[in-house]
Design a binder for this molecule. Sequence first.
Ligand code: MN
Length: 323
Amino acid sequence: MNEIEHIIQVLKNNDFFLVTSHLNPDGDSVGSQLALVSLLEEMGKRVVIIDEDPVPDNLRFLPQSDRIAFINSKLRRTEDCPQVSLVLDCSDLERVGKVAELVKETDLIINIDHHISNDKFGDIDLVDEQASAVGEQIFDLIKSLGYPVGEERAISLYTAILTDTGSFQYANTTPRTHQIVASLLKEGVSPSLLAERVYRVSSFPRQKLLGLSLATLERSSDGSIAWFRLTREMYWQSQASPQETNGFINCIGSLQGVKLALLFREREDRKVKVSFRSKGELNVASLAKHFGGGGHRGASGCLIEGSIEEVEKRVLAVARQSI
Ligand SMILES: [Mn+2]
């Protein structure tokens, strides 16, 4: 029995499921969770979706996004505990934050992910690094179960794939991606409408913050590495929240001659979040791994303790050697 067949068996044989995904939700985590939950409910199952962080504003239009709850202590009563957890888009269980406690209380953990660095934390691990998004894997699951995709699930899955492929621009975009997307369009998804909903919503504070951070843009002498930073003072000045920085790094990934783009984000706990992007030739997952992080070949990240100046120096020294 392969993993998909094993998962199908577990879905059929249990009644109550917990669905979760990573901190700082993105299009793939939110879209994949919503499509999966809608499938489980059509199968007649009970489901709760619990994430640690709220759904970003630009994804609240997704069907049933208000179903995603925050950590709920009531669930910890043993008589009302989900039997199975489905953890989506997480390379390791720490990525779900505090929800990990609830996940560990369930009898079985199903790990569905596409990160190259996945540590196979589940009892069943459906890990496919060829999938551009977990959305592709959920699409396959729906098909394998013989259920129709339907317009609502198609909207969620399209958003998952659209955002994780950088609008079909990243190297993870495959013929299979486009085949799946073609089926989603046949379900009635409107690409122009969804692009409008996902990308054209930008708050004034977010735009202010982007301006402040881009003013710090620097590059290496040969132009192959570019980086910029976000400091706590900038959040204060712009009145934007850390959740509003999704996609910032893509602004410099397209710079001519740049093989490696980095963003340093200062956090309140004296740690710095470092994001890495490449166009695919350089494996940034291994670069992030060097500092205890992980991710994909073209997009990765890590968390490092220290001041933003120290962290920049340390990371750039290693980055220069990797080029
Ligand atoms: Mn993903």
